[in-house]
Design a protein around this ligand. Structure first.
Ligand SMILES: Cc1cc2nc3c(=O)[nH]c(=O)nc-3n(C[C@H](O)[C@H](O)[C@H](O)COP(=O)(O)O)c2cc1C
Length: 192
């Protein structure tokens, strides 16, 4: 395990081309075991993950990708489909037994519930990317998929909503363009 700044941040990139190897189930479980520790509001843990880990399932996933992501997806042997669960609040009795009104979220308007789920699932997604890198793998996060197709092929009878796909494996560094600039501290931050 390598939690160094280089591995998780400065030398890590969003990969678009992979070597095609898949991860072991042990590796996939190790990624989740770290990602699940992300902080979320009320410990709500709305992230849901479908790990795609066979050639057949990866081809099914590639067919759900928008044109510009299909070939990228076909280079990877594994992927994580990240979703948020609109029924996340049904787990509060376990996840947040300290909450006084564990059912209150079910009375929220749908857009408020969805914003809450997406915001917190995204925190978990960031942790999942960091965890994957720390465990020695590269990530290729991609949002460009036919969300209805992903749902019908991979989510079954759930209220999971597609968020993004993260390709997993060993990326081809030679296929990367130079990293895009980021906003300077002065442009993005204030100290008061
Ligand atoms: C939520 C999300 C969606 C993305 N969607 C796509 C996508 O559909 N296709 C693609 O090639 N890259 C996609 N990317 C990759 C971004 O372009 C990339 O993370 C960004 O340019 C930073 O690149 P870097 O990590 O190499 O610095 C996505 C990244 C994120 C986090």
């Amino acid at each position: 395990m390598d939690f160094s700044k280089k591995t998780i941040f400065t030398e890590a990139r969003s990969h678009k081309k992979f070597g095609g190897d898949n991860l072991s189930e042990t590796d996939l479980r190790a990624i989740y075991e770290l990602a699940k520790l992300a902080p979320t509001a009320n410990n709500s843990c709305p992230l849901r993950v479908v790990f795609v880990n066979s050639a057949e399932s990866m081809e099914q996933l590639a067919r759900c990708a928008l044109d510009f992501n299909q070939e990228k997806t076909r280079t990877a042997g594994s992927a994580a489909i990240l979703a948020y669960d609109m029924d996340f609040h049904t787990h509060f009795a376990t996840l947040a037994p300290h909450m006084k009104q564990p059912t209150v979220h079910s009375e929220w308007p749908i857009d408020r519930l969805e914003r809450f789920a997406l915001a917190n699932a995204n925190l978990q997604a960031g942790f999942m990317i960091a965890a994957t890198r720390a465990l020695g793998f590269d990530c290729g996060p991609m949002g460009g998929f036919d969300t209805a197709a992903v749902k019908s092929k991979f989510f079954g009878d759930t209220r999971w909503v597609f968020n993004c796909v993260v390709l997993l494996g060993h990326g081809d560094h030679s296929a990367l363009r130079p990293r895009g600039p980021r906003l300077a501290f002065e442009d993005a931050c204030r100290i008061t």
